[in-house]
Design a protein around this ligand. Structure first.
Ligand code: ATP
Length: 302
């Protein structure tokens, strides 16, 4: 950690009259998993493709692994990995042959067996690509991106369309990557994914970064009031006035600045009367709650 893998200052991109990216700043440290979040049309793809050297920018400074992608796109693309759909892969090659073929393009590839292991395809090493399941083919896509042993990997919505266990497997692969020191730039629409994987997230909305930080503390999430919910068992005495805020389904709800103290008051009251609350639950706002708040529940401009 410490050195910057990506540094962006005042990045702007206009398509004719449409200003898709309006002067954003962001940075990604080496070894970090960074997630860019935002509704449809917010400017994520535009930003990522400028970083990858596939689109030009209107203004601003961009450094990726110390180079400007507008000037050194080809050189740079040898040093980072982009996970693409395996459309161009020869279906008659085995997993191992495929990775070895891609390794051949690089001066210092990562050994093929290690790459295959990292993405959890060791058992399919000698299987032909055409015989892999959809999820296994996506793993192969990641393996191809890793063949050149890149320091930085771009993952664009890596688990869209996956079933829940395939998503968990993909998350473990990303964890494996960070364990060996890779930097990951992730875009996703899944807040649980960002929560699980990212060291830091930035939320982009209408071309502007509206919040940036670790998922646990984004936009003051950690300082927001905790919500305590509970139900009274049948025949219980009435709650004291401070604990009486019904929420419709027979539950009561309190917002607590200091949940330790509020819970103490609440459970103390119950224990004194020898009753147990039903469905007692304490929650903090989730990353998704904060995200919806930040983006105004906007469904995207497309
Ligand atoms: P999604 O989540 O739907 O992929 P996004 O956050 O990646 O969205 P972008 O694709 O970067 O959003 O689009 C940002 C804005 O720029 C949108 O208003 C889009 O219509 C516009 N835009 C994107 N690409 C072009 C283009 N090639 N020409 C003109 N306008 C474009």
């Amino acid at each position: 950690m410490g050195e910057r893998a990506i540094e962006v200052k005042g990045l702007r991109k206009s398509y004719g009259d449409v200003e898709a990216v309006k002067g954003i700043d962001l940075h990604v440290d080496q070894g970090e998993v960074f997630a860019l979040l935002g509704p449809n049309g917010a400017g994520k793809t535009t930003t990522v493709e400028i970083l990858e050297g596939y689109r030009s920018r209107t203004a601003g400074e961009v450094g990726v692994l110390g180079h400007d992608p507008a000037k050194h796109a080809l050189d740079l693309r040898r040093r980072f990995g982009i996970v693409l759909q395996s459309t161009g892969v020869d279906p008659y090659l085995t997993v191992r042959e495929t990775i070895e073929m891609y390794s051949g393009y690089y001066a210092k590839p990562r050994p093929a067996d290690g790459v295959i292991e990292l993405v959890g395809l060791a058992e399919k090493r000698d299987t032909k690509v055409s015989k892999l399941s959809g999820g296994q083919q996506r793993r192969l896509d990641v393996a191809i991106a890793l063949a050149g042993d890149p320091a930085l990997l771009f993952l664009d919505e890596p688990t869209t369309g996956f079933d829940p266990s395939a998503r968990r497997n993909a998350w473990e692969i990303v964890r494996n990557l960070t364990a060996i020191g890779k930097t990951v730039f992730l875009t996703t629409h899944f807040m649980d994914e960002a929560q699980y994987l990212a060291n830091r997230v930035a939320v982009i909305s209408k071309g502007e970064i509206v919040a940036e930080g670790p998922p646990d503390t984004l936009a003051g999430r950690d300082r927001m009031l905790a919500r305590i919910r509970y139900r009274l068992p049948a025949g219980a005495p009435s709650l004291p006035e401070w604990g009486q805020a019904p929420v419709g389904d027979g539950s009561y709800e309190m917002r607590a600045e200091d949940p330790t103290k509020t819970l103490h008051d609440l459970t103390g009251w119950a224990l004194d009367r020898r009753i147990a609350f039903e469905a007692l639950d304490v929650t903090r706002p989730t990353l998704e709650d904060v995200y919806i708040e930040l983006t105004g529940g906007e469904e995207g401009s497309e």
